[in-house]
Design a binder for this molecule. Structure first.
Ligand code: GDP
Ligand code: IMO
Ligand code: MG
Length: 437
């Protein structure tokens, strides 16, 4: 399959993250000229498996291991330069070429150690039940500064050095007062030391920093084809997800336009990535969660442990109501259904097709997280399969029960399935012909 025919394409998570976006971007990106990470920051963990090698990317787009593709970190992201530079060094040590091919937006916001500190302290202070279960990467505090504006520092603010020092001194004074006053922290940040550390980062980043909005505009005019890589998932979107148990950026729907700095009319295809079941890491409502041995079995079979934090992921059945909601504001033109292999041998498989709320049935995904916690999933039950699917490369090779289950997901989400994941590696994928599911 040549993905270039899809035109400018966005790969978007449609659940609560970790759907397998890294694998799908890796599969598709060699047909594209450019890949753009447009939201989130080091909270993301995108895994690529190439032969015996496994790459876990946090800040860099998943196209970075293909040096012929231009990799862009867009203005809608938040960048922790220590994580980013560490990732660049470790990839270079593994033989990956990173030079001219990496472009970093001068408009992206920077994460500082005081953001990470306030993320951790705020979570520690929150009462049980009110903790968000963040990744502790400083994401919320950095985006809060971005929107509040007074204390934000962007990539372009690193240059020139004198102006950066002055700005950072004012910001650090404010942050120290906040940490001491609200969190009773005695050890505060030394703005001079922090300035030296970040000015050293600034020099390392400098060759990559540019106005990526202009760059993308010109590349698209030259008929270069762009792949947009979302982080997190639609149900973690700050506007449309299970608020407040979400991340702080637009990880679903139209986030690519503002996050990458392109026209909303630019994207021609959207590939929505979903698992054949559901997972969530961190707190928040999860109507189909299995808090029993079936959930444990999915976790062990699917190796469902966080790529960024190592936390065990909560596991449950596929939720077609939540999936349809994500499709409603995300507009996928095709789906990539991952981890079908994980369900092999599970016996009966269930899919939530409607919720029960206060005795009535509903297909509404509620705004209120408390109400969402109260929903009772109503399941449709499917026959399972026992035959190994990891070597299947055509839809027709799948057991009939697996085909029925896949078709049911396509029907519920009213979107064709274009790819099916049958294992973690690059080769373990089924490409579907039009009309197969
Ligand atoms: P992302 O954040 O959406 O990129 O997903 P993660 O990388 O955090 O988590 C997905 C995990 O599932 C990774 O360990 C992948 O290697 C693995 N994976 C992806 N697709 C499949 C699949 O179809 N089957 C199996 N068994 N593993 C998969
Ligand atoms: P990828 O890109 C899964 C979750 C956290 C927490 C909530 C808020 O790998 O799919 P944050 O640190 O962003 O303030 O945490 O969002 N979360 C993710 N869950 N995959 C991710 O990224 C996530 N990024 C954030 O667990 O519940
Ligand atoms: Mg992940």
């Amino acid at each position: 399959m040549n993905f270039r025919e899809l035109g400018h394409t966005c790969v978007m998570g449609m659940q609560w993250g970790d759907e397998g976006k890294g694998k799908i971007v890796d599969l598709m990106v060699s047909d594209f000229d450019v890949v753009v990470r447009y939201a989130g920051g080091a909270n993301a963990g995108h895994t690529i498996v190439v032969g015996d090698e496994r790459f876990a990317l946090h800040q860099l787009p998943s196209g970075i291991i293909r040096p012929q593709v231009t990799s862009v970190i867009g203005p809608g992201t938040v960048i922790d330069p220590a994580v980013l530079l560490g990732e660049i060094t470790s990839l270079r040590d593994r033989g990956v070429d990173i030079g001219e091919n990496l472009k970093i937006s001068d408009r992206a916001h920077l994460v500082f150690p005081y953001h990470r500190r306030s993320d951790v302290l705020t979570e520690q202070r929150a009462r049980v039940g009110e903790k968000l279960g963040t990744t502790a990467r400083g994401i919320g505090p950095c985006y809060a500064d971005k929107y509040a504006r007074h204390w934000a520092i962007r990539v372009c603010d690193l240059y020139p050095a004198d102006r950066f020092r002055t700005r950072l001194a004012a910001v650090v004074a404010h942050k120290n007062a906040y940490l001491a006053g609200v969190h009773e922290v005695r050890e505060t940040f030394d703005s001079e030391r922090l300035a030296e550390e970040y000015l050293a980062f600034a020099e390392q980043l400098r060759p990559h920093v540019c106005n990526t909005t202009t760059l993308l505009y010109h590349l698209m005019r030259e008929d270069k084809v762009v792949l947009f890589e979302s982080a997190q998932g639609s149900l973690l979107d700050v506007d449309h997800g299970t608020y407040p148990y979400v991340t702080s950026s637009n990880s679903g729907g139209g986030g690519y336009a503002t996050g990458a700095g392109v026209s909303p009319r630019a994207v021609q295809s959207v590939i929505g990535v979903l698992k054949a079941y559901a997972t969530r890491v961190g707190s928040g409502p999860f109507p189909t969660e299995l808090k029993d041995s079936v959930g444990d079995e999915i976790r062990e079979r699917g190796h469902e442990y966080g790529t960024t934090t190592g936390r065990p992921r909560r596991c449950g059945w596929f939720d077609a109501v939540a999936g349809s909601y994500a499709a409603m504001f995300g507009g996928p033109t095709g789906l990539a259904l991952m981890h079908l292999d994980t369900l092999t041998g599970m016996g009966e498989i269930k899919m939530c097709v409607v919720y029960k709320s206060g005795g009535a049935q509903t297909n509404e995904f509620p705004a209120d997280a408390y109400q969402c916690e109260e929903l009772q999933p109503v399941y449709e039950t499917f026959a399972g399969w026992n035959d190994d699917v990891t070597e299947c490369r055509r839809f027709a090779d799948l057991p009939a029960a697996a085909q029925r289950y896949v078709r049911a997901i396509a029907e519920r989400l009213e979107t064709p399935i274009r790819m099916i994941g049958v294992g973690p590696s690059r080769e373990q994928v089924i490409y579907l012909e039009e009309g197969e599911a």
